[in-house]
Design a protein around this ligand. Sequence first.
Ligand code: NAI
Length: 258
Amino acid sequence: ARTYVITGSASGIGAATAQILRDRGDRVIGIDLKDADIEADLSLPQGRADAAARAIELSGGTIDAVIASAGISAPIAKTISVNYFGVTELLTALSPALAASDSPRAVAVSSMASLQPNSPELVEAALAGDEDKALEIAHRLADQGPEVGYAIYPSSKRALARWVRRASISPEWAGAGIPLNAVAPGIVVTPMTADLLATPEGTKMVDAAVPMPLNGHQPPESIAHMLVWLTSPENTHVAGQVIYNDGGADATLRGDDI
Ligand code: NAI
């Protein structure tokens, strides 16, 4: 049995992934705001540090895989803290415990939304590791109302995708034998999208922004099985990839532009 740390384990994609792994006999250490083995707020530096220390303690010092699914999509400044710093700082803090495993793996959940209009200034501040500046920019966007503030979410996911690509080939990850990747879902039916999909207007808006010609809106399990494979010992050479698992949304929107 392997030991997995899963953030966002209490709901949606994280919960579906935890379920698959527990059902087959693996050990899951869940991190979430509540209803988890470790209750921590990943929007805060102290929450990340506490969660990492506790996960290492509970694991006994060796973690076989980390699956970072916790995230929020609200047009608020906190979104950059949870979706970018809450993932990158936690992964970095857990990497020594991963390196102690025979077959360590890590994956983050980005989004096809990373392709949507975003704030390059916010993306750069995040990648520079400057959370204060990123929050300042995000607050400025959020203060201009939800339409402008929405850019915080795609910005957080684009920055995360870029961080994964950069970090994946570094001595700390590839050099330590740890495949690090990201998955980019389309519209997944979870509590995150429930309000949006509850009305015909919301659904119409979503479907215009995220066309999914293959099978439409997806269940969390459609992402969970891919997260399980990417963090399995069978994945020996997939590194630094942002894998679009989105019903064809990326192929529709970007076409040949890759
Ligand atoms: P969800 O809302 O069902 O689950 C997210 C979990 O993250 C919740 O349990 C929540 O408590 C936890 N979380 C939020 N803020 C936290 C914090 N500060 N500290 C610790 N835990 C926190 O959402 P879902 O759909 O499962 O989303 C999982 C990931 O997938 C997110 O990163 C999201 O951005 C991404 N995603 C979701 C899509 C969708 O259509 N649902 C599409 C593309 C990406």
